[in-house]
Design a protein around this ligand. Structure first.
Ligand SMILES: Cc1cc2nc3c(=O)[nH]c(=O)nc-3n(C[C@H](O)[C@H](O)[C@H](O)COP(=O)(O)O)c2cc1C
Length: 404
């Protein structure tokens, strides 16, 4: 499979070398195209050495006229010979040029002649990313059917913190692989996915919650949309942008989440319960703020509704996937949950390791199937883990259809 790797003038251009390597490792033949801006940050030689191909750096250089006579104009040839175009990092400038159809260098001209799948990984300063012009261009490119890999949040080279960082090259390579394989294996399915924590009020200004960031559930929703499913995402309070293409329902409490799940159970064919629902809540929480006094305060809590168990009892021939976040006895707990909650699979993760789990962009999980089989997945960005989880769900789905 042939891929064009477009590298543009952003500080993250150095990470594109890692992406070139990750694509080569997945068996892609990689043709690198660098804009003039990109060449200010990294040298073409790096990509030539990694990919074994001459890097294209200019629209006119080397164009002697003979190539035109031989009907092999290079930007048209490259457009025709490659199935996927991935631009990483994609600068604000190149996003604008793609959106408006400007063609003033090799990459933008080739883009207009390109008819394959396009994956864009924007990376820039947070204000540049949030600018209405950039957001409008992103909308246009999404509507054109291009896959946009949202920038990650974190400390940026300009010293500010926020969305704008280029996601891990492994994650981008995984998305390219998924696009190239044209995995549309969830077409016709309706996914009901829960994500994030719930917040249980103690009074009007305080609540009990947990450290779930919702990143895993949102990654699952994005992956399911990209595989052709209708996705209903029921989310607790998180600081994440709505996944493109998913129907997002926001809730706060476990009781609200239960109601939303039950209201949308009917059309669902696959239910993935990745939310970290609070186990206890305070019924009849006071309407006024509780004042501080020297006396000890004790609060009576009641168990919240067990949504997974209730769905398990009513699941019919739907597939039900639960999540287990544990601090010990991971596989045993996941097996117990799979059995008692009538799940088809439980995704188990150990939350004692700070480098994976709740707030991290990475995850490392073990899939525990109903028949007791366990499938450990290696540590990877959450979107890549989501892809592996859906590969496993795909197998369960085939088995289920075979028995119908
Ligand atoms: C030090 C430095 C860092 C930059 N980093 C970025 C960036 O991360 N993202 C971005 O969109 N533009 C960034 N720019 C601005 C682009 O390089 C500029 O818009 C350029 O015209 C992009 O050209 P290209 O998209 O054709 O490669 C940066 C500029 C400088 C001088």
């Amino acid at each position: 499979m042939n891929v064009v790797l477009g590298v543009t003038g952003g500080i993250a251009a150095y990470k594109a070398a890692e992406l070139a390597r990750a694509l080569m490792e997945r068996g892609f033949s990689v043709q690198t195209v660098m804009t003039a801006g990109a060449q200010q940050f990294v040298r073409p030689l790096t990509f030539a050495a990694l990919t074994g191909k001459k890097v294209i750096t200019s629209l006119f250089e080397g164009s002697t006229g003979e190539d035109v006579l031989a009907s092999s104009v290079e930007h048209i040839r490259v457009a025709q010979e490659n199935e996927v175009l991935v631009v990483a990092p994609a600068s604000a400038d190149v996003l604008a040029k793609f959106a408006y159809g400007l063609a003033d260098d090799f990459l933008t001209t080739m883009y207009l002649a390109f008819t394959g799948q396009v994956v864009l990984a924007p990376a820039m300063n947070t204000s540049m990313w949030n600018h209405p012009a950039t957001q409008e261009n992103i909308r246009t490119l999404r509507e054109r059917g291009h896959r946009i890999i949202e920038p990650a949040e974190g400390l940026l080279a300009c010293g500010t913190t926020g969305p704008g960082r280029l996601p891990e090259p492994e994650l981008i390579a995984e998305v390219v692989a998924s696009v190239a394989a044209n995995r549309h294996d969830l077409e016709g399915e309706t996914l009901l996915i829960t994500a994030g924590p719930t917040q249980e009020p103690l009074d009007p200004v305080r609540y009990i919650s947990n450290r779930s960031s919702g990143k895993m559930g949102y990654a699952l929703a994005e992956e399911a949309v990209s595989r052709g499913a209708r996705v209903i995402l029921i989310s607790g309070p998180v600081h994440l942008p709505a996944p493109f293409g998913a129907e997002l329902i926001r809730v706060h409490t476990a009781v609200e989440m239960r109601q939303a799940v039950m209201d949308h159970l009917e059309p669902a064919t696959i239910i993935v319960k990745s939310a970290a629902v609070a186990d206890y809540y305070r019924p009849n929480a006071p309407r006024q703020k509780v004042k501080k006094t020297p006396a000890l305060l004790s609060v009576e809590l009641e168990p919240t509704p067990d949504i997974l168990a209730e769905v398990g009892r009513n699941k019919g021939d739907r597939l039900l996937i639960g999540f287990a976040a544990e601090t010990q006895n991971l596989t045993a707990e996941a097996r117990r949950k799979c059995e008692t909650k009538n799940c088809d699979m439980v995704v188990a993760n150990l939350v004692t390791d700070q480098s994976i789990g709740f707030e991290s962009d990475l995850n490392e999980v073990t899939l525990v199937l109903r028949n007791g089989e366990t499938i450990p997945l290696e540590r990877a960005p959450k979107r890549a883990v989501a892809a592996r989880i859906f590969d496993a769900i795909g197998k369960l789905r085939l088995a289920l259809h075979a028995t119908r």
